[in-house]
Write a protein that binds this ligand. Sequence first.
Ligand code: UGA
Length: 433
Amino acid sequence: MTLTFIGHGYVGLVTACVFADFGNEVYVLGHTPEKIDKLKKGNPIIYEPGLEELLKRNLIAGRIKFTLDYKDCISKSDIIFIAVGTPMSSNGEADLTSVFDVTEKISSHLKNGYTVVACKSTVPVETNDKIRDIINKNITSKKIEFDVASCPEFLREGSAVNDTFNPDRIVIGTDSKRAKDLLLELHKPINGKRITTNIASAEITKYASNAMLATKISFANLFSEFSEKTGADVEAIMTAVGLDKRIGRSFLYPGIGFGGSCLPKDVNALVHITEQHGVDSSLFKSINKINIQARERFIDKVISNVKLGSRICIWGLSFKPNTDDIREAPSIYIIRELLNKGYKLNVYDPVSLDNVKMVFKDKISYFENQYKALKDCAGLCILTEWNQFKEADFKKVKKYLKNVIIFDGRNIYDPRRMKSLGFKYLSVGRSLL
Ligand code: UGA
């Protein structure tokens, strides 16, 4: 089949590469010439394990093409995927400007014949109806036939390629049998349970999935506060709770709250979407509140243990390991607050230093080596659980730190071991161990 993906972020680019790998002819449409030039040369722009190799393989085979021009690709396509961003606007709602903007442009280039316009972007319920209305308003020829479909994406950053080749489920929401059959045909080479449903259900499924994940994380973070106040061990509690097969251990890892471009945005959007439909939004408001409190509790621990004005080292800046993405990363919030309190900061991250430099410029010191970053610091904060921190050289850590205290926002070390090594070790939900 011939496909167009509009948008080349984590969702658009990764899915486009995967469908190209299965032999489809794939166009990826963007609007920034410098980015399209890089993509044409095999530079995926984003850091995502396995993506560069997949992109290069399909470029060499001529199965994937990048363009800035709607004319080049829309009229050739059997299926057009909208995969543009729906960022959080200032009041927390999903900003649909890009979705509607690209829809307008698509509608003036649709071919005489049949096309499916499938939305992969995370959008509030009823958005696909609006996409259909925009196209209907703009098409001029009776020979143009189209259907809309909601095909939400569930890939995670850091494992996006693997998630797309091996999804748990493929959700297809459409009111048209013809569109459903075409989308099922496209997905044939990919395993994973198929859920075919109506458009509203598919649109809501995406928000419900992310809200469930965020709920689990906030649940674990609430119990970490409870554990700190009672001398309990949140990790033991979550392991025991998670062994119940109805619940499961995943996403019950407490820490400094969820970040990234999806969970915070989608929980905030859900507050608005539910309220607009007269549904109680208090669960989603509480999830957000607990998420912020997790970061604030971490900052309070630092302030209570490190003299104001001292220099502190931070290991890990991306919102989670295996990505250079710092959007809504807890680290950004924590750095800002510590700077406001007057601390000086040395920071290290294996891949996201350049992104952080764009935010904090010369307000903090950047290090390419995790141990050198410790020099003259009165404490170490661990904000992302990169593997390389898990087996750190503690002799070096002790040697370089002025004050051997570690604030672990991700519970990567065993408290007893840290105590025996001579560290003051403050982790999450088990500080009294
Ligand atoms: C999330 C979902 O997991 C994907 O299924 C979804 O497709 C994606 O959003 C999206 O909507 O596009 P992602 O944002 O890549 O994926 O990251 P997650 O792995 O969900 O992690 C989000 C945040 O939660 C991270 O900051 C992570 O550190 C935190 N987290 C995760 C915890 O604090 N505890 C946990 O137990 C799990």
